[in-house]
Design a protein around this ligand. Structure first.
Ligand code: MG
Length: 236
């Protein structure tokens, strides 16, 4: 039986990709760099690589924030300030929010039936802005932002700090739902939680031939639409 659900935020409840594209385009425009599809794609690739380094504990959050713009500008041969870009980008990101399909309906349905918690690796200032603008705090018992916790998913210490703040917490009655294998599913595995991988149809998934091997964690369950979750939670 399940009584507690941990939700990832970005690309699980809120459409981060869309918010990121908007904030990035406006930031680049303000710096006089045309936000072409190619430039935005390079930023996304660089950003993802920087986050993976953070998840592995190899670089700091500040290095991610500045490094992703610094590396992009270097690659483009542009003389622009990463600090200025990072500040503009963060303030723009804190303003907008877009829901993933079915996310609001899902939260309305689950609220009151389960204890819901948010577990997110974002930056505190940005995440608080987006949560408030999306009116999300009302659905959750508590919100755990990694910058405030002091560790990032998938570090087991991140989850231990969260568990400490939940009254009468029983791991075996909890489940984590998220779109990222490396932070949500790996984090769940590390912390001893059951895992549900939200894997949108058509999104990149487990590379062929590596499932169950190498360093790719295997989720307990997989859903392609958020509307599949209430039925699954009743069964597990
Ligand atoms: Mg996510």
């Amino acid at each position: 039986m399940t009584d507690t659900v941990f939700f990832d935020l970005d690309n699980t409840i809120l459409d981060f990709n869309k918010a990121e594209r908007m904030a990035l385009s406006r930031t680049l425009e303000a710096l006089g760099i045309p936000p072409t599809e190619g430039v935005c794609a390079r930023y996304s690739a660089i950003n993802l690589a920087q986050w993976k380094l953070l998840e592995k504990g190899l670089i700091s959050r500040r290095e991610v924030k500045l490094g992703r713009f610094g590396l992009l500008f270097k690659e483009l041969g542009v003389d622009a300030s990463p600090e200025q870009a990072a500040a503009a980008y963060e303030s723009l990101l804190g303003i907008g929010h877009y829901f993933m399909e079915g996310a609001q309906e899902l939260l309305l349905e689950l609220r009151g039936r389960y204890r819901l918690y948010l577990v997110t690796n974002g930056t505190a200032a940005v995440q608080h802005g987006r949560l408030k603008s999306a009116d999300l705090p009302k659905y959750f018992e508590d919100i755990f932002i990694s910058e405030e916790i002091g560790f990032n998913k998938p570090d087991v210490r991140y989850f231990e700090r969260c568990f400490e703040r939940i009254p009468d917490f029983k791991k075996e009655k909890a489940v984590i739902v998220g779109d990222s294998l490396s932070s949500d599913i790996q984090g769940g595995v590390n912390a001893g939680l059951r895992t549900v991988w939200f894997h949108l149809a058509g999104a990149a998934g487990v590379p062929q031939g590596t499932a169950g091997g190498g360093d790719v964690p295997v989720p307990d369950w997989e859903i392609q639409r958020l509307s599949e979750l209430p039925g699954l939670l009743e069964r597990i």
